[in-house]
Design a protein around this ligand. Sequence first.
Ligand SMILES: [Fe+2]
Ligand SMILES: [Fe+2]
Length: 471
Amino acid sequence: MIAEVNHERIPNNVHLSSDKRLQRALEGWQPNFASWWGDMGPEGFQQKEIYLRTAIGVDANGWAQFDYVKMPDYRWGIFLAAPTENRTIPGGDLAGKPVWQEIPGEHRNSLRRLIVTQADTEPASVEQQRLLGKTCPSLYDLRNLFQVNVEEGRHLWAMVYLLHSYLGKDGREEADALLERRSGNPDKPRILTTFNEPISDWLSFFMFTTFTDRDGKFQLLSLAESGFDPLSRTCRFMLTEEAHHLFVGQTGVQRVIKRTAELINRYDTEDIAKYGGVPLVILQKYINFWYSSSLDLFGSEQSSNAANYFAAGLKGRAHEAKHYTEHMANQDTYALTTLQNGKLGELAVPLRNAMNEVLRDDYIADNEKSLEKWNLELAKHHIDYKLALPSKRFNRTVGIYSEHHYGPDGMPLSRAEFEAQRSFWLPTREDREHVHSLMQQVVARGKMAGWIAPPLKGINALPEDFEYVRL
Ligand SMILES: [Fe+2]
Ligand SMILES: [Fe+2]
């Protein structure tokens, strides 16, 4: 089975060769994807051999084939997780009814919008990260960057397959448009703000893969509970790749913290910028920035769209089928913290209208686990400092909390009070300049930049000084 899959032009487990029309359509889109990758993919390394993992099937052996490959020759494929027998719609008004193998006419527009919004983030992140190779801290990190990049490329393929396969002419037009928008371009920006923020240093990259890829994880978890079964199966397989992106982020930040802690102890001061490290206060500010920006991606606290998606069975809560016993969610309320007359209070809102907030809360809890690991690293080095997630009200640009200013502790502030303290809470130009000054390319085998500790182990059980990229 794997061998057969492996020899097709577009590796897949969806019997593409038995649907000639679809196969031709996707083979028509393929050269446009290749030319987008050439223009907007990682700059300067397209002809280098990278030790990459390629998915060629969804079973335990098939999805983790490691070998040297030049990125333009990477075999981006279409893979859906194996179908669940007799799967039923997990949540909403139709909970318990059989799932759909085609898109019901009345849900065409909504599903198109959900798929396009998810799809747009995939090429966007590749564009955001395209210059990072020039300042990589090691070959190990360079390889991880490219692994993330090619997998985001594959995620684009996964979504484009759904568009081409299930949404006809509209879907094909959307697939073309996905290659036309550009991250950060004011004339044709990517759909969501966070995906237009530049990622020009590796600390931002590690924060992005911790916080923004984790948004991706939760959007995928929610779409994995869709009644539209091909979408659910697509997202379930994407989640296996997303886990690696989160690993890159979580361990990347942790390695920076480790080096910071070592420098603090060696020089007996927290002011370690002059010794080539990232001070804890700057780390906290980067956390504040990327975390608050990623919180925005979940949308408004109260949303009739979110309620409709849930009611119709297009999306579910994370792990809807597994973690909940009551799947209608039409009796309960959600206690939403709001600001009334300058005071914080609670407002009971219908649970279905608060589905964005429910997902955001799950996302926050998952982030706390990363913070615990990071703080454990500090504790191990006997450093009395705790990194923390700011309140979800802090520095928001979407939703009710964007209408007022709040400190990292979540307490309301006037604009003047916020602005007076902004430089203590969010990266300043000087902070960014310091981080940028550390970004010097290190590509000698087994060598590591001074601002970050080496990883605990290499990729695929290989040594840390393996030649992950052949330059
Ligand atoms: Fe992705
Ligand atoms: Fe990702």
